[in-house]
Design a protein around this ligand. Structure first.
Ligand code: NAP
Length: 347
């Protein structure tokens, strides 16, 4: 039996028809219920070999220049998708594309500049895509920074992790809903973390202005993503958008996140380096996201991740939903606040 949600209110079953006609029980949060888990649980050893062809699918991956985002872009391009990597640095973008083309010579992959910590940049990208693309099939909200030692602020004055990891993605997704609605099988996959389980929404000091704790701010941003991913699924169902919103996390994977955040010489970095042989490669860490983005049976409102070793690694399954992420009043409050902070209202 896979890990399933044990929400504060308990799982409340209902039925959802998936695209293929498979019917499974899900909780009000959208996560798969215990009774139905056997029918809907991912195959534990699911790998990119199980990915259905992505021929003709248009997929946007934020932060596809390194780590898991790069592996997502590579696997999706190999499966035939037209992939758009969106990140800050065009040189890193060009390097990523060159590496992908080396492995997949006929890859259809391109780079678009975006700084998620700058809402004008997010709006610019969304406008460009809305003008250029016939539709968007999958949006993978992957880019992030983790625990910079000093509190930074975004172009719009928000705490840097909240801005990059959450608010930028909230805005981008809202602006791309019309394009996603043009797809027959639209998905928004948003990256959380086991850190979300240690997170709390500090609505009295959401921007860490009174006190900045690097890891608490990271955990809050990842909890915010979970709240929003589940709320987006509820909204999609209520409005009939036909968009599956799915959360995923990689466990712990060897990427550039530590080096570019707290630094490899930090206490955290050194502890991490001692254990790094135990962790997932970026390619293994990408599997929950790739499953959510491509598997026909992936469930809207679910949360996928590895199920071994306290969810740090291991076979694919349903990730544990932290109790804090089941508080729908917090999710509603966050959504309203996010619309006000970003100036983006969902259609
Ligand atoms: N690694 C882990 O163990 C772990 C664990 C749990 C969750 N996660 C999550 O997995 C996701 C991928 O992380 P990773 O470990 O693969 O990290 P990574 O190797 O550091 O990649 C992060 C990506 O985000 C992009 N990025 C950062 N700031 C950006 C901004 N302001 N605007 C646009 N793009 C930006 C970077 O691109 P540029 O710098 O080129 O712009 C880079 O491509 C993140 O959401 C992370 O929180 C990772």
């Amino acid at each position: 039996m896979w890990n399933t949600t044990t929400s504060a209110t308990g799982p409340v079953g209902r039925l959802v028809k998936l695209a293929r006609g498979l019917t499974v029980g899900v909780t009000l949060l959208g996560a798969v219920s215990i009774e139905a888990a056997d029918t809907a649980a991912p195959k534990p050893q699911w790998s990119t070999r199980d990915m259905p062809s992505q021929d003709g699918r248009i997929i946007l991956v934020t932060g596809g220049t390194s780590g898991m985002g790069y592996e997502d872009a590579l696997a999706l391009a190999r499966a035939g998708a037209e992939v758009i990597i969106a990140a800050r640095n065009p040189e890193r973008g060009a390097e990523a594309i060159a590496r992908i083309r080396q492995a997949v010579p006929d890859a259809r992959v391109q780079f678009e500049s975006v700084d998620l910590a700058n809402l004008s940049s997010v709006r610019e990208l969304a406008q460009k895509l809305n003008q250029r693309l016939p539709r968007l099939d999958v949006l993978i909200n992957n880019a992030a920074i983790m625990a910079p030692p000093e509190r930074g602020t975004s172009a719009d004055g928000f705490e840097m992790q909240l801005a990059t990891n959450y608010l930028g993605h909230f805005a981008l997704t809202g602006l791309l809903v019309p394009l996603l609605r043009q797809s027959q099988d639209a998905r928004v996959v948003s990256l959380s973390s086991i850190a979300a389980g240690r997170g709390a929404m500090n609505f009295d000091d959401l921007q860490s202005e009174q006190a900045y704790q690097p890891y608490a701010a990271y955990a809050q941003s990842k909890l915010a993503i979970l709240h929003w991913a589940f709320a987006l699924q509820r909204r999609s169902e209520a409005e009939g958008w036909g968009i599956r919103s799915i959360a995923a996390h990689p466990g712990v994977a060897v990427t550039e996140l530590i080096a570019r955040g707290p630094g490899l010489n930090s206490e955290f970095g050194q502890r991490w380096a001692e254990d790094r042989d135990k962790y997932h490669s970026a390619a293994q860490g990408a599997l929950p996201t790739l499953y959510a983005a491509t598997a026909r049976e992936a469930v809207g409102g679910a949360y996928y991740g590895p199920v071994g070793d306290e969810e740090k690694r291991g076979p694919l399954g349903f990730a544990k939903v932290p109790a804090a992420a089941t508080r729908t009043a917090d999710a509603d409050r966050l959504w309203t606040l996010s619309e006000r902070l970003t100036g983006v209202s969902y259609p």
